[in-house]
Design a protein around this ligand. Structure first.
Ligand code: UDX
Ligand code: UDX
Length: 459
């Protein structure tokens, strides 16, 4: 059996590395139009940072795992074709800022129709709107060769930073297919690949539409939990309740559960916002405006949380940050990844730059070039400086912001940092990861999400 995956991104690369590792009898070709990305996958400096990924790739690469730009050859030779190209939110025309832009998925379908000379199993790995399989199907059916391809939906639930762990030991694998004899046979073929390491009872099979929709709904529910706890964080700040204590208290109800209740400066990442917006668009499209409005509020709450954080900084610094140095620790959308897509840090930094603050930014895995791109600034922007350590970023600053929960930020020498900062020295902990009592002992003024010092509560 031969597998090919089109799209060597955060999802395609790690997923295929795991399949190659667990199925040494299967040849896996990962192809991408982007030659630089492929070169990086073939080098010692992989384009994606994930704990455990280097070892996995090194072991399988050039054994049964191959990275190349030979898209057509790989399609031609494959039995199963994973489609893992990006599906950004549309920025123009009908459905702008909500609907998914499917032009890459469509172009891949057309290439498959053009190149294939035998029936293929085509697996949607990218998150896509419900009923995309139908579109892929009609493109494939329109070719004149009469080949009977099968389209399956097999959404990926891995989270960045824990991709290898999630792939190795998934809660579930979801495979949707047409409920016909040929469809069910294709589902069984894909089940047999995962069954090399995933227990059968964790491989769920459904019809195509349930599988496509479940991916959007899973992300929408997760995002909703964060917006829910973040909304409560604002109430905690008004009442003197502590959001972490509230989260612990409600999370120990087994019906609610403890995960995804960490209040923060706002969720980021490539999926949550995009998928919720996509769900909102779908509901609107199908004439369900009340349902659309319900889910849209998850995004609005997240936007407000990011803005609220920046405004809190401004207020604490006497309503002006113009010309003031502010240290930004963390730029990735969460720890253990170099991914900055939709990171809350982008929005907070932009708000502060609008107020003409001077930012000194440090992230252990995100470099200056990426940060400039995200903030839409030139490398020589006089208001932004890039530090090579937290200590360096903090020196001479009025305030220090924690925007990503990197472990190393917990271990910093805060006594030394305090000495190097201007007074009053503020810390704004957007992730609630520091020991606030200790920081206050050192002399810092501390703001953290959903935890107002009792004397600061304004009734
Ligand atoms: C992508 C989707 O964004 C997400 O919705 C889905 O759940 C999984 O796949 P990710 O892997 O993070 O997520 O995307 P990205 O890192 O942008 O990788 C996509 C790759 O596809 C890029 O390397 C791009 O060059 C490649 N691509 C895109 C092609 O090879 N051909 C195309 O026609 C379009
Ligand atoms: C998410 C889903 O978890 C995954 O199943 C899906 O395949 C892709 O989208 P990812 O975006 O990689 O994964 O990261 P996730 O761990 O879900 O975090 C998303 C954002 O929410 C991050 O910015 C994170 O910091 C934030 N978050 C998460 C919180 O603010 N509080 C929490 O309790 C959990």
């Amino acid at each position: 059996m031969r597998i090919c995956c089109i799209g060597a991104g955060y999802v395609g690369g790690p997923t295929m590395a795991m399949i190659a590792d667990k199925c040494p009898h299967i040849r896996v070709d990962v192809v991408d139009l982007n030659a630089d990305r492929i070169a990086a996958w073939n080098s010692d400096e992989l384009p994606v940072y994930e704990p455990g990924l280097d070892e996995l790739v090194r072991e399988a690469r050039d054994r049964n795992l191959f990275f190349s730009t030979a898209v057509k050859e790989a399609i031609h030779a494959a039995d199963i074709i994973f489609v893992s190209v990006n599906t950004p939110t549309k920025s123009f025309g009908v459905g702008a800022n909500k609907a998914a832009d499917l032009r890459f998925v469509e172009s891949v379908a057309r290439t498959i129709a053009e190149v294939a000379e035998s029936p293929k199993i085509i697996v949607e790995k990218s998150t896509i709107p419900v009923r995309t399989a139908e579109a892929i199907h009609s493109i494939l059916a329109a070719d004149s060769k009469g080949l009977r391809h099968q389209v399956l939906s097999n959404p990926e639930f891995l989270a960045e930073g824990t991709a290898v762990k999630d792939l190795n030991n998934p809660d579930r694998i979801l495979i949707g297919g047409e409920q016909t004899e040929a469809g069910l046979a294709a589902v069984e073929t894909l089940v047999s690949v995962y069954a090399n390491w995933v227990p059968r009872d964790r491989i769920l099979t459904t019809n195509l539409w349930s599988s496509e929709l479940s991916k959007l709904v899973a992300n929408a529910f997760l995002a909703q939990r964060i917006s829910s706890i973040n909304s409560i964080s604002a109430l905690c700040e008004k009442t003197g309740a502590d959001v972490d204590e509230v989260a612990r208290a409600i999370g120990s109800d087994s019906r609610i559960g403890p995960k995804f209740l960490k209040a923060s400066v706002g969720f980021g990442g490539s999926c949550f916002q995009k998928d919720v917006l996509n769900l909102v668009y779908l509901c609107g499209h199908f004439g369900l405006p009340e349902v659309a409005a319900y889910w849209d509020q998850v995004i609005q709450m997240n936007d407000w949380q990011k803005r609220r954080f920046a405004e809190r900084i401004l207020r604490a610094l006497f309503n002006t940050v113009t010309g003031k140095r502010i240290a930004v620790l963390g730029f990735a959308f969460k720890k253990d990844t170099n991914d900055t897509r939709e990171s809350a840090a982008i929005y907070v930094c932009q708000d502060l730059l609008q107020e003409r603050a001077n930012l000194s930014i440090y992230d252990p895995k995100v470099g200056a070039a990426q940060i400039c791109k995200d903030l839409a600034i030139q490398a020589d922007n006089p208001n932004v400086e890039f530090a090579t350590s937290a200590q360096q970023a903090a020196a001479g600053a009025y305030a220090l912001l924690i925007l990503t929960e990197w472990d190393e930020f917990r271990e910093l020498d805060f006594e030394a940092i305090y000495k190097s900062m201007l007074k009053p020295a503020w810390i704004f902990d957007g992730r609630n990861v520091l020991d606030h009592a200790r920081l206050r002992e050192i002399g810092f003024k501390v703001y953290s999400i959903g935890k107002q010092a009792a004397h600061e509560v304004v009734i």
